[in-house]
Design a protein around this ligand. Structure first.
Ligand SMILES: Cc1cc2nc3c(=O)[nH]c(=O)nc-3n(C[C@H](O)[C@H](O)[C@H](O)COP(=O)(O)O)c2cc1C
Length: 334
């Protein structure tokens, strides 16, 4: 199977799924900065979807498209039921991809038998992929690690990807390090063991029909461009919220879209925030992704302090924020 150029372009730049960060608010901010960015939701467990509330779990803004929904499951039947529920609940233009989490090492996820543990059970993984094919009306993908515990090394990874290809899954996102399920918490599992981009390059070179997206430690536009010479796409996680403008710079380099002014982004976000606050959104969730929007610029500290105050008081000083935003817009326009 080959991928068309237009199709390929849709996957060159993605935002990694991150619990608490790639909520609808974080994703909407990223969409303002990078119109071609493929957005991934936070991980949703199949059982949560089955038991709802779907309005809350599947909340999204129409501008988020293309949006990929990430699911976690260890049971083909409940996975299929959850995917069917997603399709019944969302209109056909809401979700562009369904992704399976095969990389999370947390103890909670291990207890459920999903996430990175699935790399130890290729038979179950294959059944889950089959279930996704049978129920999903949109393309599917798998996000995984290079290995898990003592099961590491190129031959094992290659065998897993061959199996995925045999089950018609031709799109993988590789967090380019192994996962340690015992003794390392999820945070440490994002820095230890070291990244191995070369293993990902080799995989793509040997499996040209597999769409291979590289993830892990990508924090500059230059490095992403270098990596794109070896893989089909790059996925950015922590760096996207540490410096949101990285995504705008990448969007410009990869798709030629002009970088929006700070004024434009704030102007777009203000009505969104207002609507969300009126609808009862919690400031802490609403502004988490926005803390570093004024990154390395004058006013950054004041910006964070207004938002932090809002989060603590659970109420936003809209007047303060509006004044601040207007100041910033004026300054940005100079
Ligand atoms: C706070 C946080 C939450 C995460 N949640 C998820 C998740 O829900 N699903 C998932 O597949 N990966 C999750 N990850 C892993 C990221 O998607 C990504 O693979 C990892 O952070 C490495 O990419 P980075 O170095 O660009 O951050 C999470 C990472 C962080 C920091």
């Amino acid at each position: 199977m080959t991928h068309s150029q237009a199709d390929a372009n849709q996957h060159r730049l993605s935002l990694a799924p991150m619990m608490a960060w790639t909520c609808p608010h974080g994703r909407y901010l990223m969409r303002c900065l990078a119109p071609h960015l493929r957005l991934y939701s936070e991980m949703l467990v199949d059982q949560s979807i089955i038991h709802g509330p779907l309005d809350h779990l599947l909340a999204h803004h129409r501008d988020e498209f293309p949006l990929a929904l990430q699911l976690a499951s260890a049971n083909p039947e409940t996975l299929a039921t959850a995917i069917n529920a997603v399709h019944v609940h969302t209109d056909s233009t809401a979700i562009a991809e369904i992704n399976l989490n095969v990389g999370c090492p947390s103890s909670r996820v291990q207890a459920g038998g999903f996430g990175a543990c699935l790399m130890k059970d290729p038979v179950l993984l294959a059944e889950l992929v089959d279930a996704m094919h049978q129920s999903a009306k949109v393309p599917i993908s798998v996000k995984m690690r290079l290995g898990v515990d003592e099961r590491t090394g190129y031959p094992l990874l290659r065998a897993l990807l061959d199996m995925l290809a045999q089950h018609q899954c031709h799109h993988v996102i590789l967090h380019a390090r192994s996962a340690w399920l015992k003794g390392l918490n999820p945070k440490k599992n994002r820095t230890i063991p070291p990244l191995d981009y070369e293993m990902v390059h080799r995989l793509k070179a040997e499996m040209p029909d597999m769409r291979v997206i590289l993830n892990g430690g990508l924090a500059s536009a230059e490095i992403c461009e270098q990596q794109l010479q070896h893989v089909d796409g790059v996925m950015i996680g922590r760096a996207a919220f540490a410096d949101p403008w990285l995504m705008a710079r990448l969007e410009k380099r990869l798709f030629g879209t002009p970088i929006p002014t700070l004024a434009k982004v704030v102007q777009t976000m203000m009505p969104y925030w207002q609507t969300q606050l009126n609808a009862g959104a919690r400031p802490f969730e609403l502004f988490r992704g926005t803390m570093h929007l004024i990154h390395g610029m004058p006013g950054a500290k004041r910006w964070r302090s207004i938002l932090t105050e809002a989060c603590h008081a659970n109420a936003l000083d809209i007047k303060g924020l509006t004044t601040m935003a207007h100041d910033l817009m004026l300054r940005a326009a100079l």
